[in-house]
Write a protein that binds this ligand. Structure first.
Ligand code: GRF
Length: 201
């Protein structure tokens, strides 16, 4: 059974999707720790309700960035996890941490990457005027919202959409995409060919 660490900063609905998929027997994994950089993250309550140990690592400020991520790396190594899932964790990981967990960190982003990386992806999609939006789960590399794509799901964008209505439609797909991506990665039935994650199955 794959041991997961899930990193969050807020609401934790993607964390909940993982908890639910595990409870439903759709994902053979165990979330051994949920780590948040904010003590008021709603996702912490979701973890506690599910009986998952939580840790709060409050952000120490830019000046102590190195120390922060060294500490985080130590915690992840001690937790002996197979996969680290960034589920709404709002900080860019340093290259040292990424290199310490090669192809063992994944992120979920609310756009069809490589379009609209960074903050407010749904707003960016609306402003650009795209007709199709979606979400991406990808391996984390040293860039921002870059790295080989594992799963993507698309949704239509309607003329009457607001940022909220589009975000909600994308979020429903995120909740499908993340457990699927975690299951695929844990199955080890994949390889990276060029920039692509391809299924060995
Ligand atoms: C999601 O839209 C995710 O794609 C992005 O941050 C948001 C987190 O939502 N990275 P939640 O905390 O999982 O509800």
């Amino acid at each position: 059974m794959g041991r997961l660490a899930v990193l969050i900063s807020g609401r934790g609905s993607n964390l909940q999707a993982l908890i639910d998929a595990i409870a439903a027997g759709k994902l053979d994994a165990e979330i051994v720790t949920v780590i948040s950089d904010r003590s008021d993250a709603l996702g912490l309550d979701r973890a506690r309700r599910a009986g998952i140990p939580t840790q709060v690592l409050p952000w120490l400020g830019e000046a102590r960035r190195d120390e922060y991520f060294q500490n985080l790396q130590m915690i992840l190594e001690e937790a002996d996890v197979e996969l680290v899932v960034l589920a709404g964790f709002m900080r860019l990981l340093p290259k040292e941490l990424v290199r310490a967990f090669p192809q063992r960190i994944i992120n979920i982003h609310p756009s069809l990457l490589p379009a609209f990386p960074g903050l407010n992806a749904q707003r960016q999609a609306l402003d650009y005027g795209v007709k199709i939006a979606g979400c991406t789960v990808h391996f984390v590399d040293e860039g921002m919202d870059s790295g080989p794509i594992i799963v993507q799901k698309a949704v239509p964008v309607y003329d009457y959409d607001t940022e909220e209505s589009l975000a909600e439609r994308i979020l429903a797909k995120e909740h499908e995409a993340l457990p699927q991506a975690v299951a695929l990665v844990l199955s080890k039935q994949w390889q990276i060919r060029g920039r692509k994650v391809v299924c060995k199955c």
